[in-house]
Design a protein around this ligand. Structure first.
Ligand code: SF4
Length: 478
């Protein structure tokens, strides 16, 4: 049984899912690596190549070794990104992370590497975590010496070694176990956001919907329900739930959405026509792709804008950058289509407002316009927190959960680009694509996806507006 750094981190995250993945891979409902996860790995390799380049440009590189592997007889395996052999026989460890800072998990996985080196009888010297400099701004070619930080974490990592050594032994012992208790797992006591894809495997008897579909449920309340073996929503009493949770329970019990007219009308009272339904797509990357950007900055490359007049007239505008450029043309297009009066509507507005804030910093001359957009932006998602709650959303307020329930005729299903990560990937491919037909196809896919995002908001808004006009309400929570 071998144990790599990735396995060890999986063990630290959850011993049970680690055991299942390794000992019953055919039965494990393990998630495949997402497109976003694959992008992060690619970025990691890209950053590593800059670090390698920086070291290889040193006058004397004879003491450095890249991708140095260490393997113990009992199956522990470590591959050091960079090892440096010191004159006293010790080895310096360089662990490369394409993040803007050192995180706790970096300390643990570097400690794993150091523990393996020590188990093989070598002495560990200094330990560096190599990461991106968040203050670096690209101007011209990438300057690795300015972009890369060598953080000396020798003391922090070595402090962890006794604990990590013991955890490595626990992981090896667990791998040798032929069976474990597969009848439940500790996430029973944690909210849904903590569950992995193996939750149903270990807890097959939990009904659906369940207590895990209740929003913002505290661990204390969950613990009470678990101890009392009350997992189904039918086992609960409205009195023991918070206002938000009551709404979900009400929808479940009445088998229909819970509608709170007062909350919806409150949202509507802030609306000023024309309504501008706005959605951005932005390209995020660890290494700045263009001058003027810092590591992990988001570069807005596209927007879709549906404008709804009070008389019901709907118009659509859009912008898509066809090369890597800073977003000045995008801002100018926004200025052309968005007047100085009317509400901006976004879904999960923190994203659109963060892009507006970034662009206001980038272009001080446009700051008044962009800050005004921020002030005028309302979040349509807010309605689905208390005003319109449907158990069919599964306790979520994501547009991807709300749209199929409210406007089933609109769907992302048949789209070649159907989420933010594939939009980033599609745009990166479009701007480098030489074949005109393939480039055009990617362009049309991107335009269609972003347009659907804002059209979905319009349709959802109109649906809610119709409910308000009909005065529908179940009277709970008003
Ligand atoms: S749901 Fe939680 S405890 Fe259960 S296997 Fe997944 S991570 Fe582990």
């Amino acid at each position: 049984m071998n144990l790599t750094k990735t396995d060890f981190i999986q063990f630290l995250n959850c011993p049970k899912s680690f055991w299942l993945m390794r000992n019953k891979p055919d039965e494990c409902p393990c998630e495949e690596l997402s497109e976003y996860g694959q992008k992060l790995i690619k970025e990691g390799y890209e950053f590593e190549s800059y670090v390698t380049q920086l070291i290889k440009n040193l006058p004397d590189t004879s003491s450095f070794e890249f991708q140095k592997t260490f393997e113990t007889e009992d199956g522990l395996f470590a591959r050091l990104d960079i090892a440096r052999h010191n004159d006293d026989g010790s080895i310096n460890i360089y662990e490369i992370k394409s993040s803007n800072s050192v995180k706790d998990e970096h300390i643990y996985d570097t400690a794993f590497q150091a523990a393996i080196v020590r188990r093989l009888g070598a002495k560990v010297g200094k330990i560096f975590i190599v990461h991106l400099n968040k203050d670096y701004m690209r101007q011209g070619d990438i300057e690795p010496e300015k972009m890369i930080v060598f953080a000396d974490k020798t003391i922090k990592v070595k402090e962890q070694l006794p604990k990590i050594d013991s955890q490595i032994n626990q992981a090896l012992a667990l791998l040798d176990q032929e069976s474990i208790d597969e009848t439940s797992c500790s996430c029973l006591y944690l909210s849904k956001s903590n569950h992995c894809s193996s939750f149903d495997y270990f807890n097959p008897d939990i009904p659906k919907p369940s207590i895990y579909n209740l929003p913002r449920i505290s661990s204390r309340k969950l613990e009470d329900f678990v101890i009392e073996n009350r997992f189904g929503l039918d086992d609960l009493d409205s009195d023991e739930l918070s206002k938000l949770q009551k709404l979900v329970l009400s929808s479940h019990q009445n088998n229909k959405p819970h509608i709170n007219l007062a909350d919806i009308e409150n949202f509507f009272s802030y609306l000023r026509y024309p309504l501008y339904f706005l959605d951005y797509e932005a390209y995020g990357s660890a290494i700045p792709v263009i001058d003027g950007l810092r590591p992990h900055a988001h570069l807005p490359f596209q927007f879709s804008l549906h404008v709804l007049e009070e008389n019901g007239t709907l118009t659509h505008h859009e912008y898509l950058a066809e090369e890597i450029v800073l977003p000045i043309k995008l801002v100018e297009a926004l200025e052309k289509y968005i007047g100085d009066y009317g509400s901006i509507i976004a879904w999960h507005k923190v994203y659109e407002n963060s892009r507006n804030k970034d662009m206001a910093q980038l272009y001080p001359a446009k700051a008044t316009f962009l800050n005004d957009l921020i002030d005028r932006t309302l979040d349509l998602e807010d309605i689905f927190k208390t005003g319109y709650v449907d158990i069919a959303f599964g306790g979520s307020t994501s547009i991807k959960k709300v749209l199929p329930v409210i406007v089933p005729e609109l769907s992302y299903d048949s789209m070649d680009i159907a989420d933010g990560t594939s939009a980033m990937d599609g745009w990166a491919r479009m701007i480098t694509e030489k074949d005109a037909n393939k480039r055009e196809k990617l362009k049309q896919d991107l335009l269609a996806y972003c347009k659907l995002d804002t059209l979905a908001m319009v349709k959802i808004f109109q649906f809610i507006e119709a409910q308000t006009n009909e005065g529908l309400s179940d009277g709970i929570g008003e």
